[in-house]
Design a protein around this ligand. Structure first.
Ligand code: 7RM
Length: 651
């Protein structure tokens, strides 16, 4: 067996930046040159675009694996996202345009947002929340989620946002790990027409959270003002958000924060074990998210930016709230599901609000593919000028579908690779500058040092290997909350002086990065290490296939045999002949070695709540083992149904 990962798929399509886009782009070739000559100088230049109370005296202190950026500098994140803009005519511009799932709408200008954040900050202070205290936020996608985050940032409290789709146990564990003193939640939130009883889940959680002193409850129930019956309120502990804010002053001074003071903790579940509290700080994080937003999303006056992620994920933190608001942009926020009440809800929203920049995940794009191109075709998407993706490798055919049916062949696509741990975008095309290739995240953002290495950490010039980051970057995680040893072990023990991201990748002749997926998912077939991504992409290349997940199962001769789980597009039926056709298709596209031994048709694949395919569970099914931990799944029913189906088709 070789050390390296074999690469199979050849993609030859190229998309140079459209002339019109290039002429007006925020990004230029010169950014790469500047960062290449003086990396730290480049980041200082980006930091200077923010408003500092006290300038930094040292740009970086690097004691492996602990980085401190902009030492001695002081700033406030909320002041950077709000106060700077309300001093200019931008005060009357929409900061947040919001639509609830039932169709209710709100538009909040920078001026109004500034005042709401001030009130919320004063309400928190009144409840005794102080600088450095942790505040848990458990809300649906409503403007109060952003207001609550910014209110914490304003007074120097550390927020820990917990996705509103998580259970009471997940909420409890996260609150206890961070020892949060206050919880901000809502009575409920809408998902596919139903009201999720968030306050009830919160009550179950905090029954076992002794650190919580107060609960602020946003009213989202349908009763409207005055009907506060949807939630049970505990006297003395629970407070209605609207009542407290009504009494609070909108003026709240922004706390001067050290560049290295904590801004937030965000828990990631990883594949197994206890969730890790990823720690992000103030100056470096804001520098990276503000600059990546400006150059990667090309934000201009008049743009309507829609990042479809929930604020419970890092993508929502960095590209719904902090990055866009630091740039004075208008963001669209939508509360609900993409298929509610119909499967064209997103395209209705794009047309209604004139969205110009749209950023979503491959899992969503593959669902749109499955639902059919007639749906986007019915809507006016002519305002769109730039598209983005994040979260998983995008299969080239899904990229092409996005390019044709959403971008109408006019819009550049930025495929952005990054992690909760990196804070902001790390590998991406800069639109208007970099030629794209479907399925490649292209090249590192200026000032980012990515490297391809083999299993031992030896740098490789090209081909398949592991993706590491060889120099610190401003938005990097600082540690794991309360467990610095785990920080060392998880990210630094493998290569010592290089951050290991956990992803396999391929570097091509042009220095372009192709992310091959998590290394835990890498297959070993007859001595060849193969990323799952390439075989999946070959399957998705077939006209009947919307989505595919490939896993290895133990095979006496080959080491591993391949099992493919395949979701078909609307209008295509599973059949034995289609199975054979798909096996042949893969063999033709990338070689006989990658021909799947089993193909199983499935209406759904098991996914995490943020939409990433969980191959580990599919492997349990293919190997006939008992299912591992399913608690991080969006819908645990999917795997048990698949297991029954797999066993009956095998037998
Ligand atoms: C932003 C986010 C991180 C993991 C990462 C990769 C995968 C993310 C891409 C991608 C291929 C991409 N944070 N990933 N973006 N793979 N191309 N453009 O997703 O912490 O939740 O996940 O997601 O495996 O390590 S995350």
């Amino acid at each position: 067996m070789t050390d390296q990962i074999d690469t199979l798929l050849q993609e030859t399509r190229r998309f140079p930046p459209p002339d019109g886009f290039a002429r007006q782009a925020n990004a230029t070739e010169a950014l790469y040159q500047a960062a290449g000559k003086d990396r730290l100088g480049f980041w200082e230049e980006q930091a200077r675009a923010l408003e500092w109370i006290t300038p930094w005296t040292q740009v970086l202190e690097w004691k492996i694996p602990h980085a401190r950026w902009f030492l001695g500098g002081r700033l406030n994140v909320a002041a950077n996202c709000l106060d700077r803009h309300v001093r200019t005519p931008r005060r009357n511009q929409a900061a947040i345009i919001w639509e609830g799932e039932p169709g209710d709408r709100r538009t909040i200008t920078y001026w109004e947002l500034h005042r709401e954040v001030g009130r919320a900050a004063n309400a928190l202070k009144q409840l005794g929340v102080k600088k450095g205290d942790r505040v848990a936020i458990y809300l649906p996608m409503i403007p109060e989620a952003a207001i609550a985050m910014l209110a914490c940032a304003r007074i120097g409290a550390v927020h820990s946002v917990v996705f509103g789709g998580f259970s009471s146990e997940s909420l409890r564990d996260r609150i206890n790990d961070a020892q949060a003193v206050c919880l901000i939640t809502a009575d409920g939130g809408y998902r596919r027409g139903a009201m999720l009883p968030l306050k009830r889940f919160a009550d179950e959680a905090i029954a076992q959270c002794p650190s919580i002193r107060h609960v602020l409850v946003v009213q989202r129930s349908p009763g409207g003002a005055g009907d506060e019956s949807f939630a049970n309120m505990t006297e003395g502990r629970d407070h209605w958000w609207h009542r407290l804010l009504d009494l609070a002053s909108p003026h709240c001074p922004a706390e001067p924060m050290d560049a290295e003071d904590l801004l937030f903790i965000l828990y990631t579940s990883g594949t197994t074990g206890k969730p890790k509290g990823i720690v992000h700080t103030t100056g470096g994080y804001l520098t990276q998210v503000a600059s990546t937003t400006r150059y990667v999303f090309d934000l201009k006056e008049g743009d309507v930016f829609w990042c479809t992620a929930d604020v419970g994920w890092v993508t929502g933190h960095s590209y719904v709230v902090y990055g866009p608001l630091a740039n004075g942009a208008t963001v669209l926020m939508y509360e609900g599901a993409p298929d509610w009440p119909e499967r064209d809800r997103f395209w209705k929203l794009v047309a209604r609000y004139g969205v110009t920049i749209f950023y979503t995940a491959p899992t969503a794009i593959r669902a749109f593919m499955k639902w059919g191109e007639e749906l986007p075709a019915k809507h006016d998407l002519s305002t769109l000028r730039l598209l983005g993706t994040v979260g998983e490798p995008i299969n080239p055919e899904a990229w092409m579908w996005y390019h044709r049916n959403i971008g109408r062949e006019r819009c550049p696509i930025v495929d952005t690779w990054w992690q909760t741990e990196t804070g902001g975008i790390m590998i991406t095309a800069l639109p208007g500058v970099v030629t794209t290739k479907p399925g490649s995240a292209t090249i590192p953002f200026p000032g980012i040092s990515a490297q391809l290495v083999d299993q031992k950490g030896v740098p490789l010039p090209k081909g398949g290997g592991l993706l590491v980051l060889s120099e610190p970057w401003p938005g990097m995680l600082r540690t794991i909350y309360g467990d610095d040893q785990r920080y060392h072990d998880t990210y630094w023990s493998r290569f010592g002086d290089k951050y290991f991201a956990g992803d396999g990748a391929k570097l091509d002749e042009d220095g372009y990065w192709w992310i091959l997926g998590r290394v835990d998912d890498v297959l070993n077939v007859a001595g060849h290490r193969i990323g799952t991504m390439e075989i999946e992409s070959a399957l998705v290349d077939h006209p009947a296939v919307a989505e595919a997940a490939v896993v290895g199962k133990t095979h006496e001769l080959k080491g591993q045999a391949l099992a493919a789980f395949v979701t078909l597009k609307e209008g295509h039926q599973p059949s034995a002949s289609l199975k054979d056709e798909l096996k042949e298709h893969v063999a033709r596209k990338i070689g006989a070695i990658a021909r799947p031994d089993d193909v199983l048709f499935s209406a759904d694949l098991p996914k995490t709540r943020s939409g990433k395919i969980m191959r580990r569970l599919l492997k349990d099914i293919a190997e006939g083992r008992a299912l591992g931990d399913t608690t991080t799944l969006a819908d645990p029913g999917v795997v048990s149904r698949l297991k029954d189906q797999y066993e009956s088709e095998e037998g």
